[in-house]
Design a protein around this ligand. Sequence first.
Ligand code: PBG
Length: 323
Amino acid sequence: MFPEHRPRRLRGTAALRRLVSETTLRPRQLILPLFVAEGADQPRPIASMPGVVQHTRDSLRKAAVDAVRAGVGGLMLFGVPEERDATGSGAVAEDGVLNVALRDLRAELGDDTVLMADTCLDEFTDHGHCGVLDASGAVDNDATLEVYAEMAVAQAEAGAHLLGPSGMMDGQVGVIRRALDEAGYTGTGILAYSAKYASAFYGPFREAVDSQLKGDRKSYQQDPGNAREALREIELDLAEGADAIMVKPALAYLDVLRAAAELSPVPVAAYNISGEYAMVEAAAANGWLDRERTILEVLTSIRRAGADMILTYWATEAAAWLD
Ligand code: PBG
């Protein structure tokens, strides 16, 4: 008899397929990134990310509550300030947009969700870089670390449960850990953007945060071709005290994610970023892809590759489908 082996037997009915399904995708594994714009009196659409907006303080609160009701596992906040300066001082200020929004959400949601914040300066600097610049215009690693330390304490004070340093400065996790501990925030964790690549897929995010960047981030984010280097970044972040690590972007880096998941003793996140969102939305809007099936396949593939949690702009909607 040929064929001798028939893998199709386990695919014959929906019940069989469910029984042998290897990868789970649950609402609690999804983290919703949210943008909040200082001074906004109504939500502002982001053209390159249809369905995503820059929130007002009020609409942010509502979107956060909706996400938590849908069972989403956490929220990652980004601030869009009205004014920017060379050192990103709005990131540290108690009345800076991100810190105000963290306070709002912590007051609204308490410990019902995991509140996270982007611990990075790019949204707050007038040059758009993730750090401060030296006299020659280069991003100054160690001077940036000092600002990150202050920003981290401000975010912890404002109510963040987990901080997300995304600037790819050397030593950022260690400096933030020390600053938090010294300020008494020993319980505030760090979700380290450990392996973050200089990616073209961040394009729509630049619009989302009104980025002022001219040029690129290649002197601090990783070269897309480098996988071994990602493992080194992860090991350093673990040694510096990362409570969880991240690979970003997700889809073009599933091999890196798999390798990270195999070596990491702590939970691994992947960021299904703005460009990945935009591609699917654009194709679906043209009728070229089945939107819901594509989104669930994208998220499942990221889980299959090894992500314990996924940052995705579809978090609330996908959670409702999965419920
Ligand atoms: C930096 C930051 C970026 C994103 C998250 N944090 C932009 C960048 O590094 O250029 C991108 C997220 C996305 O594209 O969805 N603060």
